[in-house]
Write a protein that binds this ligand. Structure first.
Ligand SMILES: NC(=O)c1ccc[n+]([C@@H]2O[C@H](COP(=O)([O-])OP(=O)(O)OC[C@H]3O[C@@H](n4cnc5c(N)ncnc54)[C@H](OP(=O)(O)O)[C@@H]3O)[C@@H](O)[C@H]2O)c1
Length: 286
């Protein structure tokens, strides 16, 4: 069984913390539509514990996953937390039902959300608190300013942003030190390439969400499938390995509700793609 190590996954500094570059996304340990409790509570607890056992040092969650369910399960499974585990949560979305994610970037909402996350995660300070998504109804400066206040009060150690453009990242950086960005990025969706490049330039982490490439690229006979077969690996592992190889800023956070899938996904840390394979994948979706 592959463990994630400093050597095979590499490490990155997130603020004053150093973590291995393959993390775990805890959105999928909830019910259907990211709503309510998971179908199998014990399996969700086992996934979280196994992730840490296998060397994961970064777990990403949000108050809106469940809502509240993902954070509660993390505390149940892992509190008191290992010293080298960084829990990254988010605020700025509310939930009105399965698959519904209205935004709320008002400072008063973000304060309430952060305080709720502190309680559920049983923490005095959240290591990495990310603003989930800009809310068009609220000036972005006001949302980020609320996080800065929470940081000044010691409730947040480091601030991250998510679902931002380069311009929004720069706006946030004028208000607070930003240590990470979390945007959608995978083999078939590279629309945040400019944001990734900016993160590389700044030396901050880029957490690509939805890291698996779905669709045509992964079909039997497609490039992912062929390269996976050559390495006795799975297309998902190839997609993750490509992300890790693509940039030293990249910190994939693949999500799953199953221990079996988790173990498979973390196996990507050991996979080394050749330069020709990386080049083929680079060109495949263009
Ligand atoms: N900032 C944002 O706006 C935002 C948005 C979405 C997600 N995120 C974060 O990013 C993380 C990753 O994104 P994501 O969960 O949407 O997408 P993902 O990691 O690309 O995909 C998860 C899906 O793939 C399946 N899966 C995972 N491993 C598998 C395997 N080895 N074999 C077969 N199926 C597998 C999961 O089902 P099973 O449970 O059956 O394995 C689940 O349906 C989330 O957990 C969350 O922390 C952030």
């Amino acid at each position: 069984m592959t463990s994630v190590t400093d050597e095979n996954a590499g490490t990155i500094e997130i603020g004053d913390r150093r973590v291995r570059r393959l993390g775990f996304g805890a959105m999928r340990i909830t019910g259907t539509g990211i709503w309510g409790p998971p179908a199998d509570h014990d399996e969700a607890i086992a996934v979280l514990r196994r992730a840490v056992e296998l060397g994961v040092q970064l777990i990403d969650t949000a108050d809106s996953y469940g809502p509240e369910v993902s954070e509660e399960l993390i505390a149940e499974a892992l509190h008191p937390y290992p010293e080298d585990l960084l829990i990254a949560t988010k605020g700025g979305l509310t939930r009105t039902g399965p698959n519904q994610w209205p935004r709320d970037g008002r400072p008063e909402h973000l304060r309430e959300a952060c305080e709720g996350s502190l309680r559920r995660l049983k923490l005095e300070t959240i290591d990495l608190y990310q603003h989930h998504s800009p809310d068009r109804k609220v000036p972005y400066e006001e949302s980020v300013g609320a996080l800065k206040e929470l940081q000044d009060e010691g409730k947040i150690r480091h601030v991250g942003v998510s679902n931002v453009s380069v311009e929004q990242l720069e706006t946030a950086r004028e208000i607070v030190e930003v240590v990470s960005v979390q945007n959608r990025f995978n083999l078939t969706d590279r629309s945040s390439q400019d944001v990734l490049q900016r993160c590389e330039g700044l030396g901050i982490a880029f957490l690509p969400w939805a890291p698996f490439a779905r669709g045509a690229l992964a079909e039997p006979g497609g490039p992912l499938d062929r390269i996976a077969t050559a390495h006795d690996a799975t297309p998902g592992q190839v997609a993750l390995s490509w992300l890790l190889a693509r940039s030293a800023a990249m910190v994939p956070i693949p999500g799953t509700s199953s221990v079996e899938h988790l173990e498979e996904n973390l196996g990507a840390a050991d996979l080394r793609l050749g330069a020709d394979e990386l080049e083929e994948l680079e060109g495949a979706a263009n």
